[in-house]
Design a binder for this molecule. Structure first.
Ligand SMILES: C[S@@+](CC[C@H](N)C(=O)[O-])C[C@H]1O[C@@H](n2cnc3c(N)ncnc32)[C@H](O)[C@@H]1O
Length: 225
C-alpha cells in the first residue's frame, strides 16, 4: 500500500466501514433472490463468460476470489493448491456454503483483505468492482496480496465506449441510489491508475461487459507491510 493510499484508508476507514456494512445489508436482502434473478442470464451468456474468465487462472496455484456472492463461480474453479472465496454479505455466504468444494469461504472486505503480502498467485472477481465503494483501495489490496507477476482477472459490467455510455451514466444515478451499483465505471482504467499492468481487455455485450486481465508489477522486494 502506498503512503497516500494508506493515509486515504485511515482517513476514510470509519465511514468506509459503515458504507461496507450498509452494502452488506443490501446484499443480505438480495441474497435469497439472487440465483433465481440471474438464472436467465446464466443460461444465455453469463455461465459461458464465467467459464472463460476462470479458465485464465493458473492451475495448481493459490487463488483468491473477491465478492464470491452465492458461489456462482465455484463450479468453474480450476484445480488449486489453495482457493479462498471472500465476500462481505453473511446471507450470500450462507447460500454459497452449499456450493463449496475445497475452497475456503471468508467474510472479508476487498478494500481491507485479511491476508499477508504475496499470499496469492492470482485473484479474480466477477460483477464486483461495480459495487466496491473505493475500487482503487481494493486494487491496492490486490497489489499487496498477489505475488509480483501474478494475474488479476475481472469480469465486470462497465461504461460502454459508444453513445449507450450516456444512458449508463443516467441509469447509474438510479442504481447507485438503490443498490450502490455503479453502471458507468471504467474498471480497466482504474486498475491501470492503481498501478496494475493491463494485459488484455475482451469486450462483451458491445463493450458493456469487459473481461479484464491485469498483472501485478510491483518489484519483488517491495515492502507492502
Ligand atoms: C453482483 S454480486 C456478484 C456476485 C458474484 N461474484 C457473481 O458473479 O455472481 C456483487 C457481490 O460483491 C460483494 N461485494 C460488494 N462490495 C464488496 C466488497 N467491498 N468486498 C467484498 N465483496 C463485496 C457483494 O456482497 C455481492 O455479493
Amino acid at each position: 500500500m502506498t503512503a497516500i493510499t494508506r493515509l486515504n484508508y485511515f482517513a476514510f476507514s470509519a465511514s468506509l466501514r459503515l458504507w461496507v456494512k450498509m452494502l452488506a445489508m443490501i446484499y443480505d436482502k438480495l441474497a435469497k433472490f439472487y440465483d433465481a434473478a440471474f438464472a436467465p442470464f446464466e443460461r444465455r451468456f453469463l455461465s459461458k463468460w464465467r467459464a472463460e474468465t476462470l479458465a485464465l487462472l493458473p492451475r495448481n496455484a493459490s487463488i483468491l476470489e473477491l465478492g464470491a456472492g452465492t458461489g456462482a463461480n465455484f463450479q468453474f474453479y480450476p484445480k488449486c493448491k489453495r482457493a479462498v472465496s471472500s465476500e462481505i454479505s453473511s446471507k450470500m455466504i450462507e447460500i454459497a456454503k452449499k456450493k463449496v468444494n475445497s475452497n475456503l469461504l471468508v467474510q472479508a472486505d476487498a478494500q481491507s483483505l485479511p491476508f499477508g503480502e504475496n499470499e496469492f498467485d492470482a485473484a479474480f472477481a466477477t460483477l464486483v468492482f461495480c459495487s466496491i465503494p473505493d475500487p482503487e483501495l481494493a486494487f491496492a489490496e490486490l497489489n499487496r496480496v498477489i505475488k509480483p507477476g501474478g494475474r488479476l482477472i475481472l469480469l465486470e459490467h462497465v461504461r460502454p465506449p459508444n453513445p449507450v455510455g450516456y444512458f449508463f451514466d443516467v441509469f447509474s444515478v438510479l442504481t447507485v441510489r438503490l443498490i450502490e451499483d455503479h453502471f458507468n465505471r471504467d474498471t480497466a482504467k482504474l486498475a491501470v491508475k492503481s498501478g496494475l499492468k493491463l494485459i488484455e481487455v475482451r469486450p462483451k455485450a458491445r463493450g458493456a461487459v469487459n473481461l479484464i486481465v491485469c498483472e501485478v508489477i510491483k518489484p519483488a522486494n517491495e515492502n507492502w507491510a
